[in-house]
Design a binder for this molecule. Structure first.
Ligand code: FEO
Length: 395
C-alpha cells in the first residue's frame, strides 16, 4: 500500500496483503486483506495507531521512512491480536523512545504474546485523552470487538474514529476509501459474521457508546476507510439487532449416496413454495465465510447429514459446531438425514446445536432412500418453518 494522507497530518501507512487466502488458519480470504496502520502528527508528538502483521513489517518500516519519521512518541495498540500488534517489537527497536499506549488488559496480552517489557507500556483509562499538540487522542474501551481488551481511538479535531477490527473488512483494494458499495457491504458483512456475530450484545453496547461522538470518518484496521460512516454504522445496527432475522433458512448438508441430497432438494422446494428464502450449502464445496455471512439474517438453520460410523458426517459435525460457535440469531433449527443400519446422529448434532438456543423442530431421519412418507414429513417440516417465521421475521 502506498502512503496516503487521509486528512492533514494523518497518514495511512499500513500494508495490503493481496495473496493471503486464510486467516487464523480458519477464515477464508477470497479477496485478501489489509493491515491498516495510521500515523498522526501533532505539533508536539507523533503517534502510530496499530502496526501490521509481522509478515508485512518491512512495508510499514518503508512507509515510515518515506514520511521521514524520525521520532515516534506513542504506538497505540487497540487490540492484542498479532495482525495489528505483531510488528510493535520491530517498531520499538527502530524508535526506542516510543511508549505503547493501551489498556491494562491489552498490555498483559502483549507482554504474554510478544514479550514486550512492562516498562514500555503507558496504560490508559476509558475516555482518557492525550494531547499531541493540535490533535487529541481519546480512548474508548469497546470490549469484544474482537477480544476482551479491544479499544478504539477518537480524534475529535478531525472527527475520525480509529476502530481496529470494529467495522473492518477482509478486502485488499487499491482504493483507500469505500467506493464500491456492494463489494464493500458484502465484505463487511462477511467480516461481521466471522468475527463480531458471537458478541452482538457487546456490539450493541459499543455502538451506543459511539452515539455521542461526531464521526465523519471511520478508519478501521482491515479494508476500506469510510468517509460516509453511516453506511457501516447502520449495517452494524441492523446485523446486531436480535429482532432482525429475515424469512430465510440455511441448510448445511453432505450427501454420500444421494439420500440426504434428495431430502435437501425436497425440503428446499417445499420452503420456496411457502415463500421462505433458502440457501443450501453442500459442505464439501462450501466457502465457510459465505456460510457464516448467510447465517447473519437466517431465522432457521437445517443440518442435514448421512450417518458415518454411527454419527453425523464429520464435515457436518464441524459445520454445526462452527455455526453454534458463531452464535447467529437463528430462532429455529432442525436435523434431517439418512442412515443405513443405525445412528446417534440426531443426539450428537442436537448436542452441538444446543449453544444456538434455537427451538429444535421435529427431526426427519430416514433409513435408506426416502419414501413417500418421508417426503411428506419434510413437507410438514417446511410448513412448520414457514409458520414460525411469520411470527419472527422482519421481511
Ligand atoms: Fe484483525 Fe482480531 O485482529
Amino acid at each position: 500500500m502506498a502512503v496516503r494522507e487521509i486528512k492533514k497530518d494523518i497518514y495511512a501507512v499500513g500494508a495490503l496483503d493481496w495473496e493471503r487466502r486464510l486467516f487464523d488458519e480458519l477464515i477464508p480470504l477470497p479477496d485478501g486483506t489489509s493491515y491498516n496502520a495510521y500515523l498522526v502528527k501533532g505539533s508536539e508528538k507523533t503517534v502510530l495507531l496499530d502496526t501490521v502483521d509481522p509478515t508485512k513489517g518491512q512495508e510499514l518500516r518503508d512507509h515510515l521512512r518515506a514520511l521521514n519519521v524520525d521520532k515516534i512518541d506513542y504506538i497505540v495498540a487497540h487490540h492484542g491480536e498479532q495482525d495489528h500488534s505483531g510488528t510493535i517489537p520491530e517498531i520499538l527497536e527502530l524508535y526506542p523512545e516510543a511508549m505503547v499506549l493501551t489498556n491494562e488488559k491489552c498490555s498483559v496480552i502483549l507482554q504474554d504474546l510478544l514479550h514486550i517489557p512492562a516498562a514500555k507500556f503507558r496504560v490508559v483509562q476509558d475516555e482518557e485523552t492525550i494531547s499531541l499538540g493540535g490533535k487529541t487522542l481519546k480512548f474508548i474501551f469497546t470490549p469484544w470487538v474482537h477480544w476482551p481488551e479491544t479499544i478504539v481511538t477518537y480524534l475529535p479535531e478531525d472527527k475520525i474514529l480509529f476502530s481496529c477490527d470494529f467495522f473492518s473488512s477482509h478486502l485488499a483494494a487499491g482504493e483507500l476509501f469505500a467506493r464500491n458499495q456492494s463489494n464493500t457491504y458484502s465484505a463487511a458483512k462477511r467480516f461481521f459474521s466471522e468475527i463480531m456475530m458471537p458478541f452482538r450484545a457487546a456490539i450493541r453496547n459499543n455502538l451506543k457508546r459511539l452515539e455521542n461522538l461526531e464521526i465523519e470518518m471511520i478508519a478501521p484496521s482491515h479494508g476500506p476507510v469510510y468517509d460516509n460512516p453511516a453506511i457501516i454504522l447502520d449495517a452494524y445496527r441492523e446485523w446486531s439487532d436480535e429482532a432482525g432475522v429475515k424469512n430465510e433458512a440455511v441448510i448445511i448438508y453432505v450427501s454420500m449416496h444421494g439420500s440426504t441430497e434428495k431430502m435437501v432438494r425436497v425440503l428446499t422446494e417445499a420452503l420456496i413454495k411457502r415463500g421462505v428464502s433458502v440457501k443450501p450449502f453442500r459442505l464439501t464445496v462450501t466457502d465457510t465465510g459465505e456460510l457464516a455471512a448467510a447465517l447473519v439474517d437466517a431465522a432457521t438453520l437445517v443440518v442435514a447429514s448421512p450417518a458415518v460410523l454411527g454419527g453425523p458426517h464429520p464435515q457436518v459435525a464441524y459445520a454445526a459446531m462452527l455455526a453454534a460457535a458463531l452464535r447467529p440469531r437463528v430462532k429455529f433449527a432442525a436435523i434431517i438425514g439418512s442412515y443405513g443400519w443405525g445412528s446417534k446422529m440426531v443426539e450428537q448434532l442436537g448436542g452441538l446445536l444446543g449453544a444456538l438456543k434455537a427451538e429444535l423442530l421435529e427431526p426427519v431421519v430416514v433409513k435408506g432412500y426416502p419414501r413417500e412418507e418421508h417426503l411428506a414429513a419434510l413437507d410438514e417440516l417446511a410448513a412448520q418453518i414457514a409458520q414460525r417465521h411469520k411470527s419472527f421475521v422482519t421481511q
